[in-house]
Design a protein around this ligand. Structure first.
Ligand SMILES: [Zn+2]
Length: 853
């Protein structure tokens, strides 16, 4: 049983006279977190919220300004201040700029001799970035951060002083402050009721919930971008430790190394450094009598989407830890009979070499989580300070290898104008710049050029190239190890951008110029007329339609002579400026083309259940980004019916049918109930109301698994999902069919309004078991196949991993129905997955506009 740690007593600390400081500071009284906040931090049922945490860090920065400085990373989605504490010795903080410069040089050592690198490694300090609480219910580390900072700035022992002389700690107490506040407010509200410590009925990030740790190569959210800037443009830390929590019934803490499989392009030295870290963490945990420590478990070394993982391809060491959870701050009693394995690396809960000291069960509380986290935080600082020179040299050596092992004449070329959507092509170049990658503009200004021989060259290669998931088998005759998250992230494919690998002659290389920022295509109006026209094949055309509707203007779509669609805008005072802002060039036309259809303003609803759907958040984020006026509709309103009075379009985001209809988080077994106002789903009456909505002229768009809401007997549509089985629409077992997130070849009927402006063949992102088999309906229903998979399974995969692709052969990927006066569009593949699949956003936008036609 973990013992309870005594809280630190009040310490009166006299600021040590620093040799480099100009004058002796007055004695400062440094308060421990519990003393400052006036409750016992880490005690059962007690939580400091983010604003209290910030106030504590501000107090620390005021009390010991020569040991802890606060940096503001930026604002969060909901306007909180995102802070990062910089903790080190007074001498190091005084010379902070010099150490940042050294870190930057070692991250890009081109032009330095080995002697110069060695000299920088001797002079430099290791920079350790420790990030906490990205997942808001994983609350322990946000509390621990205060105690650890206090411990570091008040330590008088020689060992801590040595560590802080060797290293600079960057401590981010929460990577998602908005969610930290939501979770503490929810927890406090239901304290002492039967809902104490239970689930919240909404996402803990305003837009993306748990997926805030899936955003680190696409950088769509402000929190991600704030941290990305500090890491890859300002501080260049050599080591990133990200502290998480996991489930209730397994090991007590996961430490590095990761589980298999391993990404090919990551320099093996990354794993060696991570293993050093894991070894120290494991040692210190065992030494302190902490049981239940595991490595090589669950979390693979293949996927680049989460915090520190992205840094592996940029020559940075980085690990996560995962401590078992309590019920937020409420203790949990775990019976030995409830302990279980079940994940990669621990199939059954028993002693193994990677799990030598199983936890026997018992009470598990917030204090335990924080104690384990304090030990691994200390171990992290111990490791980076002990191996200071090795880590500094290691980063430089990996960056050097990335340059030397690539062909100096090899570049990724992204043509600028020769694209369906040059704006998205520029967005890809801008994203690479934001990642700290070198991007050049070709001498003829017709393409972006990205060298593979550069310090972040392996990141470039991973993001621009194709993925082939390594099929690693843990034992003879066993199945393969499954990916932790998705298996593909090829940005050009996801974004619908043409890119090719080319060899450039030295002359071409020399005429190219390094970009500081991406040059966006020019926009505005050409000529004078009552109308202005532009090809309707770019995502931003939808943004312009929405902006002009909002400004009281008129927008139309036409397909002159059944050719490529165009968008036409009536002359309006704000048209020129808006088109310019959106990088769109419009041509004056004397009249509307024949067959032009007005895109009328519409009332757009996005269904939101109380079993939070991350896809709901992403869809809301994306639609808002493009200026759609979208509002949420909840169960009660759906059940009440008469939906046509309020809405023209209802989008059902990806959710399991049971979550929508019954309000149940899973198919079977016990689940904790939410407070009464959040229970249940749309129910049978909601299903009837949705059918009624369509028959009276409404449009329903279903995303991925939400199709199953409409494929039941209540709707009686001539379609079934071939990847589920049984009346309860259970997915096929993964032994038969498994595509955990891959890019697939899909053909489109570009004459269908939902596919207007799209190419005939696309790379579609697939991660949910949804593919359609339609049949010929009675005359009251029309069905159309918008998108379908190739007829040979071998042609289906473009990037990622597929198992059982035969089941997709010749199946529909997106279908539509008209019934009564209304329409239904079902997307089986992920047209707007995590706001990453820019190449297919337009299909969602088209489906919305189709409702008004
Ligand atoms: Zn987590």
């Amino acid at each position: 049983m973990p013992r309870r740690r005594n809280m630190p007593v009040v310490v009166v600390f006299c600021a040590i006279l620093s040799l480099t400081s100009m004058a002796q500071k007055p004695a400062s009284r440094v308060l421990a977190p519990s003393e400052f906040l006036k409750f016992e931090v880490g005690a059962d049922r007690k939580l400091a919220d983010y604003r209290q945490i910030v106030s504590y860090f501000k107090a620390l920065a005021a009390a010991v300004p020569d040991r802890l400085e606060l940096e503001t990373l930026g604002k969060t989605t909901l306007g909180e201040e995102m802070i990062m504490a910089v903790i080190s010795s007074p001498e190091n903080l005084h010379k902070k700029a010099r150490y940042q410069e050294i870190a930057r040089k070692l991250a890009d050592p081109r032009g330095l001799s080995q002697e110069q690198i060695d000299a920088l490694a001797r002079e430099g300090k290791t920079i350790l970035l420790l990030t906490c609480n990205i997942h808001s219910t994983e609350i322990g580390s946000s509390q621990m951060a205060m105690e650890w900072a206090y411990k570091l700035v008040t330590a008088q022992d020689e060992e801590t002083k040595r560590r802080l002389d060797s290293s600079i700690v960057l401590l981010v107490p929460s990577l998602n402050p908005d969610g930290q506040i939501m979770v503490t407010e929810w927890y406090r509200k239901y304290l002492g009721t039967k809902y104490e410590g239970g689930p919240m009925p909404y996402l803990y990030h305003h837009y993306v919930g748990h997926d805030n740790n899936r955003d680190w190569y696409m950088l769509t959210q402000v929190e991600t971008r704030n941290v990305n800037r500090a890491v890859y443009h300002e501080w260049f830390p050599q080591f990133w430790l990200d502290e998480h929590q996991m489930g209730f019934y397994g090991p007590r803490i996961y430490i590095p190394p990761n589980a298999d499989p391993v990404a090919k392009l990551v320099n093996p030295l990354v794993h060696r450094g991570n293993n050093l870290m894991g070894a120290t963490m494991g040692w210190r945990l065992e030494e302190a009598g902490k049981s239940g420590v595991i490595y090589g478990y669950s979390f693979d070394a293949y996927w680049p989407g989460g915090t520190r993982n992205t840094g592996w391809w940029k020559n940075m060491f980085g690990v996560l830890t995962e401590v078992a959870s309590a019920r937020i701050a409420t203790p949990l009693e775990v019976s030995p009979t409830e302990l279980q394995g079940g994940a990669k690396g621990l199939i059954t809960y028993e002693q193994q070499i990677n799990f030598p000291n199983p936890w026997p069960g018992g009470t598990w509380r917030l204090r335990d989580i924080m104690d384990y986290e304090l030990l691994v935080s200390d171990a992290a600082l111990e490791t980076v300070s002990k191996y200071r020179q090795e880590m500094l040299r290691g980063v430089a050596s990996m960056a050097g290898q990335a340059v030397q092992t690539a062909d100096a004449n090899q570049f990724w070329r992204i043509p600028i104008d020769d694209q369906r959507d040059p704006i998205t092509a520029t967005r890809l170049a801008a994203l690479m710049l934001e990642h700290g990658v070198e991007v050049r503009l070709a001498g003829d200004k017709k393409s972006f050029l990205i060298a593979t021989a550069q310090p972040y060259g392996r990141f470039v290669e991973e993001m621009m190239g194709l993925q082939r998931y390594p099929e690693v088998k843990p034992a003879p005759n066993s199945g393969i190890l499954e990916p932790y998250d998705v298996a593909a992230w090829s940005l050009p494919l996801m974004m619908g951008v043409k890119a090719e690998k080319v060899m450039l002659a030295p002359g071409e290389q020399q005429s190219a110029t390094l970009l500081k920022q991406a040059p966006w295509p020019g926009g505005g109006l050409e000529g004078n007329g009552p109308y202005y026209s532009t090809p309707d094949d770019k995502n931003n055309v939808s943004a312009l339609i929405n902006a002009m509707q909002k400004a009281g203007g008129q927008a139309f779509i036409a397909r002159p002579g059944n050719q490529s669609p165009v968008a036409i805008f009536a002359a309006h005072a704000q048209l020129a400026a808006t088109a310019e802002k959106l990088h769109l060039r419009l041509q004056a036309v004397p009249a509307l083309p024949a067959g032009a259809i007005q895109v009328k303003p519409l009332r757009l609803a996005l269904y939101k259940s109380y079993i939070p759907s991350i896809d709901e958040g992403w869809t809301r984020f994306l639609l808002e980004q493009y200026g759609f006026a979208v509002k949420n509709v909840e169960n009660k309103e759906v059940r009440a019916g008469n939906l046509n009075a309020a809405w023209d379009v209802i989008i059902l985001p990806d959710s399991a049918r049971d979550a929508v209809v019954e309000g149940k988080p899973g198919r079977e077994g016990y689940f904790e109930e939410l407070p009464p106002e959040y229970t249940g789903g749309i129910g049978k009456e909601g299903l009837r109301a949705l059918r009624d909505f369509v028959e009276k002229g409404g449009t329903i768009i279903t995303l991925a698994r939400a199709a199953d809401v409409l494929t039941g007997e209540e709707f009686n549509l001539p379609v079934r999902n071939v990847l589920v089985t049984g009346a309860d629409k259970r997915p096929l077992p993964t032994s038969e069919f498994n595509i955990p997130g891959s890019l697939l070849r899909i053909d489109l009927d570009t004459k269908h309004p939902v596919a207007w402006g799209m190419p005939a063949e696309i790379a579609g992102f697939f991660d949910s078991p949804v593919a359609f088999q339609t049949s010929a309906p009675a005359p009251d229903i029309q069905r159309s196949i918008i998108a379908w998979y190739p007829e040979d399974a071998r042609d289906i995969l473009i990037s990622g991993y597929v198992h059982g692709a035969e089941r997709l052969e010749r199946k529909a990927a997106a279908v539509s129905f008209t019934r009564g006066k209304g329409k239904i569009v079902m997307f089986g593949f992920r047209v707007q997955h995590r706001a990453q699949t820019e190449g297919t956003f337009q299909m969602l936008f088209n489906a919305i506009y189709w409702a008004t036609m």
